[in-house]
Design a protein around this ligand. Sequence first.
Ligand SMILES: Nc1ncnc2c1ncn2[C@@H]1O[C@H](COP(=O)(O)OP(=O)(O)OP(=O)(O)O)[C@@H](O)[C@H]1O
Ligand SMILES: [Mg+2]
Length: 255
Amino acid sequence: MKIISVTNRKGGVGKTTTAINIATAMAAIGKKVALFDLDPQGNATTSLGINKKDIEYSSYDVLINDADIQSALQKTLVPEFFIVPATADLAAAEIELINKEKREWILKNALKNLEGKFDYILIDCPPSLNLLTVNALVASDSVIVPLQCEFLALEGLTDLIKNIERVRKSFNQNLKIQGIVLTMFDRRNNLSFMVENDVRAYFGDLVYQTVIPRSVRISEAPSHGKPIMIYDFKSVGAQSYISLAKEVLTREGEI
Ligand SMILES: Nc1ncnc2c1ncn2[C@@H]1O[C@H](COP(=O)(O)OP(=O)(O)OP(=O)(O)O)[C@@H](O)[C@H]1O
Ligand SMILES: [Mg+2]
């Protein structure tokens, strides 16, 4: 079982979209996948069509109330793809975790109960560097960092990398950067090309070859409660997420 966090402290860069669609593509080729929604906004949960009223146990209950993670798992409409949904309660967890023993390890310990049941766990992180995100980094084998091809794309990235190094030093020596993915690339905008050049020059092979285009279809999919791959399989957005997932699996030695 491999655990991968999708993280960037900057908001709205495509973390949730990337987590959902990599998970869907993995499940489509027969991997057993669970997505842990670690964001109080619960965007992954709603984007997968889960009604907040139908949530019995959420990621909050798993982290704070010792609920068994297996009882919090919910099916998505993609076979082999499950989610631990998030509710707004989770916002309080940032503070409630502070007084817990081994507070950085809570998520890692909770995920142990899924060992042997899944091939991949993806964690959708909130846009911050708080204790929730530290829990995600401590629990993970690697991180995927989406970068939006816009002005200030690299803003906050130094902090994220410092945080990854701090977690490596204190908690999780083996934490790797799986890769950096450029998102919302707009061919009509020179800035997108400039950002791509800069990011590739700086991070080299860490950057996936696949670039996710800005696409109206991708932005529509969540309101239909579906991953883009199911909402519009033939769209360039869906196809680019399939190609990204292939790269991720290649780096995991699966392909
Ligand atoms: N490639 C894309 N093209 C067009 N719209 C996109 C694309 N990727 C994501 N979006 C849209 O942009 C918004 C932000 O994306 P998303 O929620 O995935 O980012 P995020 O990093 O998870 O945000 P947050 O930091 O708030 O959790 C959403 O409305 C999403 O549907
Ligand atoms: Mg998000």
